[in-house]
Design a protein around this ligand. Structure first.
Ligand code: DX5
Ligand code: ZN
Length: 219
């Protein structure tokens, strides 16, 4: 049985029928639901808040993998955890007290994730590796779905895999952005554990076919 996970990003879902979309990708066989929270400051786009996360929590039993793309994320972690976030990710670029923030996420009962933009070096997460459950490497610049995978992120992903393996810590490696049938093989090869996919999952109307096209390549 495969160990790696597919986390379907609802950013590419039809927000007018979000509950149905979430249930449809659950039926299609995704492992997790990835929820993109954007504030119009850290990233140019604006999406959803804790109330919508709570609504999603009510319609699926799958783990919610919540990706905060907001400034001062520490102000909102409690609200998102109360709303049902299982994994909660903050960006290192907007977390000057990252150690404190990830401790707080764990204290409040969620699994801490640290996210890095394409240009942010791995050393930004190195010293909190023992305090988190997952590193999320962005493989596009965050803000929008449907962007092209940045190929120069592959060596970074491999180095992150080595860093985690050498630490012997139980930390997962997740990637987000431009994951599709054309890029997934290289990512599997690089040792990714969790694959976020938005546009590749919500394309057309056969979600099961989309999900299978990805998970059949995963290990
Ligand atoms: C981008 C978001 C992603 C986005 C990925 O800022 O963090 O989760 O939904 O979309 P695709 O898979 O279409 O690149
Ligand atoms: Zn995301």
């Amino acid at each position: 049985k495969r160990k790696s996970k597919l986390s379907a990003s609802i950013l590419s879902a039809d927000f007018g029928k979000l509950a149905e979309e979430v249930k449809a990708v659950e039926r299609a066989g995704t492992d997790w639901i990835h929820v993109d929270v954007m504030d119009g400051h850290f990233v140019p786009n604006i999406t959803i808040g804790p109330d919508v996360v709570k609504a999603i929590r009510g319609v699926t039993a799958l783990p919610l993998d919540v990706h905060l793309m907001i400034e001062k994320p520490e102000r909102y972690i409690e609200a998102f955890i109360r709303a049902g976030a299982h994994y909660l990710g903050v960006h290192a670029e907007v977390s000057p007290h990252l150690h404190r923030t990830v401790q707080r996420i764990r204290e409040l009962g969620a699994r801490p994730v640290v996210t890095l933009n394409p240009s942010t070096p791995l050393c930004a997460v190195e010293d909190v590796l023992g305090d988190i459950d997952m590193v999320l490497l962005m493989t596009v610049n965050p803000g929008f779905g449907g962007q092209k995978f940045i190929p120069s992120m592959l060596p970074k992903i491999r180095r992150c895999r080595e860093m985690i393996d050498e630490s012997r810590l139980p930390v997962l490696l997740e990637v987000d952005g431009g994951v599709n049938r054309g890029t997934i093989d290289d990512l599997v090869d690089a040792g990714v554990d969790v694959f976020v996919a938005g546009s590749a999952v919500f394309a057309g109307n056969d979600y099961a076919r989309n999900v299978n096209g990805l998970v059949e390549r995963m290990r």
